[in-house]
Design a protein around this ligand. Structure first.
Ligand code: CAA
Length: 240
C-alpha cells in the first residue's frame, strides 16, 4: 500500500506541482482546495488526483475534510501545508481584515491542517510534515507585514514540531521558496515584478516543480534525519 499524502492548496500553483510530484513518486495523493471548483475539476481530470474542498482557516472544516480523506484513502502519513494567500498593503494602509485573513489562512491554517493528523502519526510512529513558508518570512517584505509574519511563524512551527515528533518517527521541515512563477507572483504589478526579478541572481523566477522536488525529497525515507530544517530555494536571492 502506498503512503497517503495530503497537500493543502493542492490544485493550483506550487501545491499542484507538489501533488503531481508526489503522485509520480508513488504516493496516493489528496489535494485540498478552498474555492475554485473549476480549477479543481480540471486538475483532477488532468492528473487523476482527488480534490477535497474545505477552508484551512476553519478548524472544524479541516477536521471533517481530513476525516473524509482518511475514510477514502487511508491514514494521512504525509502532510504538506501549502495553502496560502496574500493581502499586500503598506503597513499604514493594511486593515485589520487584511491582517486577520492572512493570519487565519497561512498560520492558523497550518495548525488546523497538522493538528488533526498529528495523533495518528504519533500512534503509527511515522510522519512527514512539510510546511511551505517563503523567502519573505526570512527577510520580510515591503507591503507584507501580515504575510511575512505568517511565513516566519511557519519556521517556529516546524522547529517545535520537529522536537515533539522526533522520537515518534515524525519529521517536520519547512521550505522557503523565493519568487516562483505562479498566479500569486504574477499578481504583483509588472514594474514591481521586474525589479524583483532583477534582484534574483539566477535572473529568473523559480518553477513550481523546483519546489515540488524539494518536497518529494523531504518526505522520502532518504530524508529521515532531516528534522526541523529550513530549505531555501530562491535562486540565490537571499541567504540566512
Ligand atoms: N521597497 C520600497 N518602497 C517600495 C517598495 C519596495 N519594495 N514597493 C513599493 N514601494 C514604494 C513605492 O515606490 C511608493 O512610493 P511613493 O509613495 O514614494 O511613490 C510606495 O511605496 C507605495 O505606495 P502606494 O500608495 O502606491 O502603494 P499601494 O497602496 O498602491 O500598494 C503595493 C502597492 C501593494 C505595495 C504593490 O506595489 C505590491 O504589490 N508590491 C509587491 C509586494 C510583494 O512583493 N509581494 C510579494 C507577493 S508574491 C509572494 O508573496 C510569494 C512569495 O512568497 C515570494
Amino acid at each position: 500500500m502506498s503512503r497517503v499524502a495530503l497537500v493543502t492548496g493542492g490544485s493550483r500553483g506550487i501545491g499542484a506541482a507538489i501533488a503531481i510530484a508526489l503522485k509520480n513518486a508513488g504516493y496516493t495523493v489528496a489535494a485540498n482546495y478552498a474555492g475554485n471548483d473549476d480549477a479543481a475539476a480540471k486538475f483532477t481530470a488532468e492528473t487523476g488526483i482527488k480534490t477535497y474542498k474545505w477552508n484551512v482557516a476553519d478548524y472544524e472544516a479541516s477536521k471533517a475534510g481530513i476525516a473524509k480523506v482518511e475514510a477514502d484513502l487511508g491514514p494521512v502519513e504525509i502532510v504538506v501545508a501549502n495553502a496560502g494567500i496574500t493581502r499586500d498593503a503598506p503597513f499604514h494602509k493594511m486593515t485589520p481584515e487584511q491582517w486577520h485573513q492572512v493570519i487565519d489562512t497561512n498560520l492558523t491554517g497550518v495548525f488546523n491542517t497538522v493538528h488533526p493528523i498529528w495523533p495518528g502519526m504519533r500512534e503509527r510512529k511515522f510522519g512527514r510534515v512539510v510546511v511551505i513558508s517563503s523567502i519573505n518570512g526570512q527577510k520580510g517584505q515591503f507591503a507584507q507585514v501580515n504575510y511575512a509574519a505568517t511565513k516566519a511563524g511557519d519556521l517556529g512551527i516546524v522547529k517545535s514540531l520537529a522536537q515533539e515528533g522526533a522520537r515518534a518517527g515524525i519529521t517536520a521541515n519547512a521550505i522557503c521558496p523565493g519568487y516562483i512563477a505562479t498566479e500569486m507572483v504574477m499578481a504583483v504589478p509588472e514594474k514591481v515584478r521586474e525589479s524583483i526579478i532583477a534582484g534574483i541572481p539566477a535572473g529568473r523566477l523559480g518553477e513550481p516543480e523546483e519546489i515540488a522536488r524539494c518536497v518529494a525529497f523531504l518526505v522520502s525515507d532518504d530524508a529521515s534525519f532531516i528534522n526541523g530544517s529550513t530549505i531555501s530555494a530562491n535562486g540565490a536571492q537571499f541567504f540566512v
